[in-house]
Design a protein around this ligand. Structure first.
Ligand code: AHM
Ligand code: MG
Length: 341
């Protein structure tokens, strides 16, 4: 007989909240609204390949509505799902230059939401997994007023919750609110997220590395040495490692979170700050990985301690199993020390 003792995301959130008598339920409500947006985006992502076949291309779909690129669709859907709950005072999206204000006729709340609506969207046409990433902070400006850019520009250690939704072979929502990392799989029949990965802990050391090796020529010499080290044979340290790189951060991080491994998007001589965004991609992932027992840095400094300067700033990232991240930092530091001598 089926095991009916499963836990939905809604129930899980309520149970987590009961552990904190001071909680007002606002964060729970926010997470619930986010899961609704995730379901709607997931539906649309699953239809992506049908757009051409059903003649939806061009400017209008069958309903006479404007056809939007999926990343803009996801951006709009997040805003529409989140702007009227009364819990947010502002939002920021990777798809928009400035902060997004809550319309004046809605109540403003005490949180800010920062999101990348559809990360890896260049992979959509090839049916490669993509994802939505989110991060929640408590406002620092006075209550009952519109949120400010400063509310959004907080270091990652101030996050109260963060998560991602992976649209893959199934849709999975992974989040942390500071007490562990929990994963839920969307049951397409019920339309419910069901707890599938309880209290995820990532291995301290693993044997997977994920990096775009096409940029090898432009890397820091210490990083070049490190990658060669991973490829060398040594049974005692479990080498050579396997290379796994999807080119879709949510999918790459999700795999490494479960199996262990290191994901890197480093600085290089053409892109001195790397590619990925501190606020939309790196901080939420760093919070999740730390909660799962891993490590996330820019190669020198803890990711969550970086003081952001602008909403869209890029930052190098080394994230995953603690010992593996420490090892790449060591390789890069050693080369720098030698260069100074
Ligand atoms: P996007 O925000 O434009 O989608 O770009 C972010 C994506 C990440 O998902 C992924 O890790 C990275 O870009 C891949 O970049 P590259 O193709 O340079 O390896
Ligand atoms: Mg992105």
């Amino acid at each position: 007989m089926a095991n009916m003792n499963f836990q939905t995301l809604a129930r899980h959130i309520i149970e987590q909240e009961r552990k904190h008598p001071e909680a007002t339920g606002e964060l729970s409500s926010l997470l619930h609204d986010l899961s609704l947006a995730a379901k709607v985006i997931s539906l649309e992502v699953n239809k992506a390949g049908l757009v051409d076949i059903l003649g939806f291309t061009g400017d209008n779909n069958v309903h006479g509505e404007q056809v939007k690129k999926l990343d803009m669709y996801a951006h709009d859907m997040m805003i529409r799902a989140m702007d009227h709950g009364g819990h947010l005072c502002a939002m920021a999206s990777e798809e928009e230059e400035d902060i997004i204000h809550i319309p004046p006729h809605f109540h403003v709340g005490k949180y800010v939401l920062i999101f990348d609506p559809l990360d890896g969207s260049s992979n959509i046409d090839a049916n490669v997994s993509i994802g939505t990433i989110f991060s929640i902070y408590r406002r620092i400006s006075p209550d009952n007023q519109p949120g400010t850019t400063e509310d959004c520009l907080q270091p990652g250690h101030n996050q109260v919750a963060a998560g991602y939704i992976l649209y893959g072979s199934s849709t999975v929502l992974v989040y942390t609110a500071g007490s562990g990392v929990h994963g839920f799989t969307l049951d397409p029949a019920f339309g419910e997220f069901i707890l599938s990965h309880k209290n995820i802990q990532t291995p301290k050391k693993a044997k997977i590395y994920s990096i775009n090796e096409g940029n090898y020529l432009y890397w820091h010499p210490g990083l070049k040495k490190y990658i060669k080290y991973l490829q060398d044979e040594d049974k005692a340290t479990n080498r050579p490692y396997s290379s796994r790189y999807i080119g879709s951060m949510v999918a790459d991080i999700h795999r490494n979170l479960l199996y262990g491994g290191i994901f890197m998007y480093p600085a290089d001589s053409r892109n001195p700050n790397g590619k990925l965004r501190l606020m939309y991609e790196c901080n939420p992932m760093a919070f999740i990985i730390e909660q799962a027992g891993g490590r996330a840095t820019n190669g020198k400094q803890r990711m969550l301690d970086i003081q952001p300067e602008n909403l869209h700033q890029r930052v190098p990232i080394f994230i995953g199993s603690e010992e593996d991240v420490k090892m790449v930092e060591k390789f890069m530091a050693e080369v720098e020390v030698k260069a100074r001598k």
